[in-house]
Design a protein around this ligand. Sequence first.
Ligand SMILES: Cc1ncc(COP(=O)(O)O)c(C=O)c1O
Length: 361
Amino acid sequence: MIPIAKPQLDEAEIEAVTNVLRSGIIAEGPRVAEFEQEFADYTGTEYAVAVNSGTAALHAALFAHGIGKGDEIITSSFSFIATANSILFTGARPVFADIKSDTFNLDPQLIEEKITPATKAIMPVHLYGHPADMGLMNDIAEDHDLILIEDACQAHGAIYNGKKVGSFGTGAFSFYPTKNMTTSEGGIITTDNKEVADRARMIRAHGSKQRYLHEMLGYNLRMTDISAAIGMVQLKRLPYYIETRKRNAKMLTDKLQGIEGIECPMVRKDCEHVFHQYTIRTKNRDHLADYLKEKDIGSGIYYPIPIHRQPYYKELGYNDNLLVTEKASREVLSLPVHPAVTENDINTISNAIKQWSDAQC
Ligand SMILES: Cc1ncc(COP(=O)(O)O)c(C=O)c1O
């Protein structure tokens, strides 16, 4: 079986975790602080605040910016549910704009028409590891005095115009095991804004700076030193992971390009795509996924139902027509490009797709 995802863990992670266990400090401790500094340096931000999931990072980032009841946040419906749920959990309302069909990211041209007096922030998602259009997004945020919160959960190390994602506004990353780097469960907020960082630190610890003195509403969102120790090993390897994913993506594109009915992912010239997912489009997507499964090739559909079409969101009254989003959700299929995928695997995957395509004609 060629799996769609495979975390890369070896003796280095085992030793790092063992050292934490031996130290006796197994909840949040000095390794979390060290990991935060290293991640901030890597992303190019002043501050990083580690938490226990990407969802927690998004939620705490919004809350740290003071977003709450009555506010509207413009975001993408073509994402994991956490993007919008984190907004709902603050009491604010996600407002969905459609995406661009080439990058699957929020279309900046469609944002301004969604702005109302209640709009407080734009939350682009760097989907699949391809940066959203941060140039235009930044301009719109500045013109309308809006906060920029980046859902960078899939895009560690991705670059837009020479600058890493998560450093344009306030960033939120996930370290879930399928991501380009992991801490087991985990997440982190990145920002240059000291006040936002300080508030995020308080939010993750029940609103306190000082033990048992609670100055604001918060929750327990702490990362453990066990997770941070894994994260530090993984962060050192992240450039290698990204290079391997890019190499595998290029090999796949070289082989799939020109196959009837298959559209390969694009990379904008001003962007570095870190290929958290390598996502093709095809009309008969479910049939291809079944065919690959029969051949022991894993694939993934991210995401088969856009957020605004989810039952809970329908209950809330969402009934948008987001044609590009809806078409994408019918056509996308992600193929394995993680660092354990070999050249041999790439040949197996591309040969199977060619055979499938030939049989369709
Ligand atoms: C785009 C996006 N946002 C948010 C999240 C939430 O991250 P986590 O699963 O770590 O809570 C994920 C993770 O799957 C994601 O892919």
